[in-house]
Design a protein around this ligand. Structure first.
Ligand SMILES: Cc1ncc(COP(=O)(O)O)c(C=O)c1O
Length: 376
């Protein structure tokens, strides 16, 4: 019987923190405030300090954080319904559907060869007369270079928003957290993220006090004063329980990111020969990477996947089809030709990298990938 290796196992990671999580639950049961309230306010401060930003707003998910941010920008008049926002199609569906649900139009930009993201030249080329901004996605935890994109947005009076759902813990070369360069950053606390809660949760953060206040209102149905609903919003509130759990877990994030970086470095080292032989392409290893996923590319992807599956070694395809071919977005987007994105969908494979991964387990993953590619 092969030893199964999970792609991700949060219960393993949480094991040492169970007493503190139980205490957080007990505290909430005692004070009885379960939606927003002091737990959320305290976590928001803690998160803002961690990110080095003036304010963070606790929200119900990463999806709702994006939606609330775009709705806030529309309600402020900084964006108009129908405005076009450039973004990648090589991401999770929420990046683009949140733009669309807010009344804007996502316009897809192809990723660049050798990258999982579009580069500045791709955005420049795609910028059209109706473009009013860019949604950057720091996919897999890889911080994107932003200087030139920020300049492009500034020169054209557009907004730059950063979807950091997969990238908490990632830092830019100047040491700043991802999401703090754009007008706003958004996070997901879905369990599989670098900082996950025991359910769904999210946050937005911004150095712009008025935008932050507007997002706070939008998360409660656009309520500016009690039962005075000035703007279109929704129920996008973070539960107190999640804030209490996240307050316990945020101090662990630094250690978890360090473990992810160590696992990534080991894969990169061990796969060097396969990479030199042209059998796989390694992900770029920039220092501020937060490694929510370690994603290799290989034309032999299906063979490697089948071998890992046969050994019960966790793996996943992020993403098997990109957003420009999703039915959910067909009304917004005429068929686009995104050749590099399509090719990536055929070649990518994510390997286990979460902090609880044991050394011997990673050795099994490395051996299995090596065996499959040597047989290719
Ligand atoms: C890039 C990206 N954006 C947004 C989201 C949405 O976050 P949530 O699942 O918390 O709604 C995710 C979640 O996987 C994501 O990966």
């Amino acid at each position: 019987m092969p030893t199964p290796v999970p792609l991700f196992d949060l219960s393993r990671v949480l094991m040492p923190h169970r007493p503190a999580l139980h205490a957080a639950l007990e505290r909430c049961l005692t004070h009885g405030i379960f939606v927003l309230g002091p737990e959320v306010a305290q976590f928001e401060k803690q998160l803002a300090t961690y990110l080095g930003t003036p304010q963070a707003i606790g929200l119900s998910s990463g999806t709702d954080s994006l939606l609330a941010t775009f709705l806030a920008l529309i309600s402020q008049g900084r964006l108009q319904p129908g405005d076009e926002i450039l973004t990648t199609a090589f991401t999770f569906i929420a990046s683009a559907t949140s733009i669309l649900r807010a009344g804007l139009r996502p316009v897809f930009v192809d990723i660049a060869p050798g990258h999982f993201h579009p580069q500045i030249a791709d955005y420049e080329q795609a910028w059209g007369p109706k473009t009013r901004g860019v949604l950057i996605v720091h996919l897999f935890g890889e911080p994107q270079p932003l200087d030139e994109i920020a300049q492009l947005c500034a020169d054209n009076n557009g907004v730059m928003i950063e979807d950091c759902a997969q990238a908490i813990g990632a830092v830019q070369p100047d040491g700043r957290a991802v999401g703090t360069r754009g007008l706003a950053g958004t996070l997901s606390f879905f369990p599989a993220k670098n900082l996950g809660t025991l359910g769904d949760g999210g946050a937005a953060y911004t150095a712009d006090p008025e935008l932050g206040q507007r997002i706070r209102e939008i998360r409660q149905h656009g309520m500016a004063a009690k039962y005075q609903h000035q703007h279109l919003g929704g129920n996008f509130r973070l539960d107190a329980l999640h804030a209490a759990f996240l307050a316990v877990l945020l101090p662990e994030l630094g250690g978890w990111i360090a473990a992810r970086r160590q696992h990534a470095a080991r894969y990169t080292h061990e796969f060097k020969t396969l990479s030199d032989r042209g059998l796989l392409t390694l992900p770029g290893t920039i220092p501020g990477h937060a490694w929510n996923q370690y994603v290799i590319r290989t034309p032999h992807r299906d063979r490697v996947k089948a071998h890992l599956d046969s050994l019960s070694i966790g793996n996943a395809i992020y993403y098997p089809s990109a957003l420009h071919v999703q039915g959910a977005l067909r009304t917004a987007n005429p068929p686009a030709a995104l050749a590099n994105t399509d090719r990536a969908c055929q070649e990518v494979l994510a390997l286990p990298i979460y902090p609880g991964l044991q050394e011997y387990e990673q050795a099994l993953v490395i051996q299995a990938v090596t065996d499959a590619l040597n047989a290719a």
